[in-house]
Design a protein around this ligand. Structure first.
Ligand code: NAP
Length: 268
């Protein structure tokens, strides 16, 4: 992704930068935080060109703009870049809730907008990433997939509204799982194991289960293998079912999806 400009190099931007560095792809970085730019220069031995002021960027040769700023900064930044760009630019936006239509509204000419929503797991190249674009060609989609393959799994969504569900499900996913692990760990704590050991035992439990799943991806199979008729696990699972645990989980995700829609509305 040569001729690319990354605007905002905070939590997410740094991960993106790292991915590009490993691929030896040079991009231009703009972030208003001087210390951060100094750190980037030092850590990457001046591999990336950096600037602290968007106004100083010469946009003529830029093909892709990677928007990695907080939603509240989107208006100000889109205003600046729309005044400076005349070519058919591709804006890759990571900004939660910033809609395709909103980005386009700043430009008087046609541009391409790609929305990408990775999750925390991109740090280990395992993010399930929702991606959406209204008008991108299959060829360009292929290019995006290749450029961001270090994220993990990229899924092209048919409707932009599905981004809200993706944000709720996969964005929150690592937190939901860890919330459940924390519940398990606290049970061990109550049974007299210390905190460190409790966490370690839950980790081994989860990790081992995932390893078994990797061989044959069938959740129900594992449940059936463990829960023998009239046994202990079945007793616990029946209680989960009676208390409508799965309904609770799906309702929680719907709440998150709803919140994502509300946040997007605030940005309109
Ligand atoms: N973090 C994630 O894993 C993740 C995952 C999915 C999506 N996202 C989305 O990605 C976006 C960025 O999230 P983040 O966590 O990386 O935020 P962040 O850590 O706050 O990074 C944003 C960076 O942009 C800089 N910035 C603000 N205004 C600027 C301007 N006018 N010109 C140049 N740089 C400017 C900020 O500097 P200051 O700090 O000095 O303001 C900061 O360094 C958000 O919209 C979020 O919804 C993040």
């Amino acid at each position: 992704m040569s001729k690319s400009l990354l605007i905002g190099c905070g939590n997410l931007g740094k991960n993106i930068l790292n991915g590009f560095y490993k691929k030896k792809k040079r991009i231009l970085i703009c972030d208003k935080n001087k210390n951060l730019l100094r750190e980037i220069r030092k850590n990457y031995k001046n591999f990336f060109a950096v600037t602290e002021n968007l106004e100083d960027v010469s946009f003529e040769k830029i093909e892709y703009i990677l928007l990695c700023i907080k939603p509240q900064h989107a208006n100000e930044i889109l205003k600046i870049i729309s005044q400076k760009i005349e070519q058919k630019i591709k804006i890759i936006s990571f900004v939660a809730g910033l809609k395709d239509k909103k980005v386009r509204s700043f430009f008087s000419h046609n541009i391409e907008v790609i929305r990408i929503m990775p999750n925390l797991l991109l740090k280990v190249n395992k993010s399930t990433t929702g991606t959406f674009s209204n008008n991108l060609s299959i060829y360009e989609k292929g290019k995006i997939e290749k450029e961001f393959s270090f994220f993990g799994k990229l899924i092209w969504l048919k409707e932009e509204s599905q981004m809200d569900f993706f944000t709720a499900f996969f964005g929150g996913g690592p937190a939901y799982l860890c919330f459940f692990f924390e519940i398990l760990s606290k049970i061990l704590l109550k049974k007299g194991f210390n905190k460190k050991l409790s966490n370690e035992l839950v980790f081994i439990l989860a990790n081992g289960t995932l390893e078994i799943l990797e061989k044959k991806l069938n959740f129900d199979d594992v449940v059936k293998k463990v829960a023998s008729k009239n046994g202990t696990t079945e007793k616990a699972l029946n209680f989960f079912k009676k208390e409508k645990f799965s309904l609770l989980v799906s309702q929680a995700i719907s709440k998150a999806e709803q919140r994502s829609k509300e946040i997007a509305k605030d940005l309109l």
